[in-house]
Ligand binder design. Structure first.
Ligand SMILES: Nc1nc2c(ncn2[C@@H]2O[C@H](COP(=O)(O)OP(=O)(O)OP(=O)(O)O)[C@@H](O)[C@H]2O)c(=O)[nH]1
Length: 472
């Protein structure tokens, strides 16, 4: 199933759930409102009658000494409450039954949404995905494919739901930003002419998709509109979103989003690179907690010996997540501190070592030299390391992030991206531009400052979080 089909399916489920919720609250409201005062009065009447009856019964113990008789009496009393009241009670009970029936009907509707056919399809798809993943990683001894694939397939419906919710919440700003631009563009729509395509390109560029991708989408829309003879505004809107999602999916076919690990018994080294303030240290701290929670023995090293506060900041994270931090003297050679940390990680049989590097915006040559030196010293101890070089990008910087990525891509073996501060940006479109221009997998996303705000990247949840309000 394609990404856009998954999108539509998610949307259908969401819409149904929304409808069910609304109907439920309407029914509940109806039930609570005073539209059957006779019934309420009757209930009150019966309650009073029962209370009277009970006190009467205690006075006349001799006459009413069996509970069966008491029951008879109270039902007689209910009859004495008058035929209209009895009818009202029956009505009231009937309306209670109606509510229950309504709730049951909705439960059935929910079950239909996750029909056995769909469930089968999903299971098949998950199995296929797992197989594909295993195939693509076959022969790569350093890849802990089972573990990562297991992470995905393990998630039950509840976990999946909450993951989607995290994305929906985290992408609120981006979704609103994109929707506002896109709806403005559609509001101006009169006919499919050259002005239309110009405005479409402007809208997509303004949403941070980048020039090349905007032109490419616009050209595809031009062809599809002609081919499918689309004129209606809604159809055009759906077409544009569909093409964006399809293009995004197609471009990501060869991207390997999984994290790679060293063979058992050897530490995995994960290097974090990126300019100042993008969120490297924060990401290291969050990820350390995550892997620790998975049962791994984690270690961190502060390789930023230039900025006075940097070491302290990582040490604070170390205390917070209870993970040891290796730190050198101020202004020490970062490579020597990293060497020391790798040796320690090996000696102490750590599973993962996170390397928090300095975030200076340097010229290409310096950067290349420093990272190359760091790699050399790591490989002296662990020839296969580092298993990952994660470039951290601040999503709020939009196209600037893309420029930084190009610089780092030229000067180091970046294996994947971490996009931080997605919660604070209206520029979520950068995810499309990154794939279009860099072909580097986004492996993680940050939706806030809390440890739990770091998530593995899910294209499905991302696409849905971005466009859910735009397609019917
Ligand atoms: N809202 C939000 N803030 C984040 C996120 N990730 C990091 N931050 C914040 O961004 C700021 C900078 O984060 P750092 O981790 O210090 O960045 P750094 O790349 O290590 O910076 P240098 O040490 O200067 O290189 C901090 O205030 C973090 O709390 C995120 O996903 N969302």
């Amino acid at each position: 199933m394609g990404l856009f089909d998954i999108f539509k399916k998610k949307q259908a489920v969401d819409n149904q759930e929304e409808n069910v919720k609304q109907e439920e609250s309407e029914v509940a409201e109806e039930f609570q409102t005073d539209d059957n005062p006779e019934a309420e009065e009757a209930v009150l009447g019966v309650e009073e009658a029962e209370a009277d009856d009970k006190s009467g019964a205690s006075l006349e113990d001799d006459e009413a000494d069996s509970s069966a008789e008491e029951d008879d009496e109270s039902s007689d009393d209910a009859d004495e409450a008058g035929p209209s009241q009895t009818r009202a009670i029956a009505d009231n009970l009937q309306s209670r039954d109606d509510v229950q029936a309504e709730v049951n009907r909705k439960a059935d509707t929910d079950a239909v949404i996750e029909s056995p056919v769909d469930a089968d399809e999903d299971a098949k798809e998950a199995a296929e995905k797992g197989a594909e993943k295993a195939d693509s990683e076959d022969g790569d001894a350093e890849t802990d494919a089972g573990e990562e694939a297991g992470d995905d397939s393990e998630s039950d419906e509840q976990a999946e739901e909450s993951e989607s919710q995290v994305y929906e919440k985290g992408l609120t700003k981006s979704r609103q930003g994109f929707s506002a631009r896109f709806n403005k563009f559609l509001a101006n729509f009169r006919s499919v002419d050259e002005d239309f395509f110009e405005e479409l390109e402007d809208t997509l560029i303004g949403s941070d998709l980048g020039f090349d991708l905007a032109i490419s989408i616009s050209n595809q829309v031009r062809e599809a509109v002609k081919l499918e003879n689309i004129k209606d505004k809604k159809d055009i809107r759906d077409l544009i979103i569909r093409l964006m999602v399809e293009q995004y999916e197609e471009q990501g076919q060869d991207e390997d989003q999984s994290m790679h690990f060293a063979p058992k018994g050897e530490p995995t080294v994960i290097l974090f690179v990126g300019v100042n303030g993008v969120g490297k240290t924060t990401t290291v701290g969050k990820m350390a907690q995550r892997y620790k929670d998975e049962g791994k023995k984690v270690m961190m090293v502060a390789a930023d010996t230039f900025r006075a506060g940097a070491v302290k900041q990582l040490q604070e994270w170390g205390t917070r997540v209870a993970v040891p931090v290796v730190a050198g003297a101020e202004k020490a050679d970062p490579a020597s501190v990293v060497y020391e940390a790798v040796e320690k990680a090996k000696a102490e049989a750590a599973d993962v070592l996170f390397v928090d590097t300095a975030g200076r915006l340097q010229n290409n040559v310096n950067l290349m030299q420093e990272l190359a030196k760091m790699n050399r010293v790591i490989q002296k101890v662990l020839p296969e390391a580092p298993q990952e070089v994660l470039l951290v990008l601040d999503a709020t910087t939009g196209q600037n992030a893309l420029q930084q990525a190009k610089l780092f891509q030229d000067s180091s073996e970046v294996t994947g991206l971490v996009l931080t501060k997605m919660d604070g940006t209206a520029k979520g479109g950068i995810v499309f531009a990154i794939r279009d221009q860099l072909h580097l997998p986004v492996k993680w996303v940050g939706f806030g400052e809390k440890v739990s705000d770091l998530r593995t990247f899910s294209a499905e949840d991302f696409v849905y979080g971005m466009f859910k309000d735009l397609v019917e």
